[in-house]
Design a protein around this ligand. Sequence first.
Ligand code: SF4
Ligand code: SF4
Length: 304
Amino acid sequence: MNELKKKIEAFAKQEGIDLIGFADQSRFEGVSERCNPFTVFPEAKTVIMVGKRICRGSLRGVEEGTNFGDYALFGKNWLEDEFLALSAYNLTNFIEENGYEAVPIFPNPSDLPPSGVSVAEGRAAPNVYPDFDYAAVACGLCTLSYNRILFSREFGSRQRFHMILTDAELDVTPLMEENVCNACGACAEACPLGAISKEETEEIKIAGKSFTVGKIDYEICNRCQNGAIVNRFSPRCAPDRIAALCNRSCMCGLEERGALTNTFRNSFRNSEAWSIGGNGTVDRSDEQANVLGGVFSKSGKRGH
Ligand code: SF4
Ligand code: SF4
């Protein structure tokens, strides 16, 4: 079966997939049926997670405070719904060409409530959406950061994932040994709304590994104007915080300490970051004030 795994990896590379990892059923032992991919396809032998990078440039407009739509499309919706979805779907067809069933799974939040009733006794109510954070760690691609965002060794927080379940038995990817997050606390320091606790933490266990994450008030994040985006499936689920100030500040730290393999000649942040506090006022350096003149009103409130 290693031969098929090699063929799958080669095909994924051709498709522009940056990250691919494999896990078997044993890595999901103890996971609740609503979060477990094997609830969807009990005969599956392998979970495959495939990821594409969020290009650093898609965050540029948010970092400068001058263009928020670019990230929302290239870093989020188009990347997830089109670029990555097509590559993942092509990979499912490739696996099926090789004689095994392959089930493509879209990254819906796993805490969405059921939208139907159980079709038979012992079956979970539809729809079951597996926990992608758990699966990306279980497939050896990521660790979980203090800021509750997946970090890969390659891109830090900059990737999106799709999942494929298959009845092909494929060798598993080793779990990542070292945590990419070094618990520096810069994310909590950077949040202008105090949404990340520096004291209150939670232990999250995934496939035998344990991650310490900060307590985060997502109700505050849902009101954040520093690059966070309310969850598009349900405002009750965790918002997208990859472009938010907390995570962009973390990105700078990861790059500075050489924690990532995807490197750049120039640093991401070249002047003091702008921020909008709880009262809606903008805090920015004079240099940025010039750049942002067209975006923010003189009162310091967002002008759009
Ligand atoms: S800023 Fe530091 S503590 Fe926060 S997620 Fe990044 S590396 Fe971890
Ligand atoms: S999303 Fe906004 S409010 Fe939430 S932790 Fe990040 S910067 Fe703070």
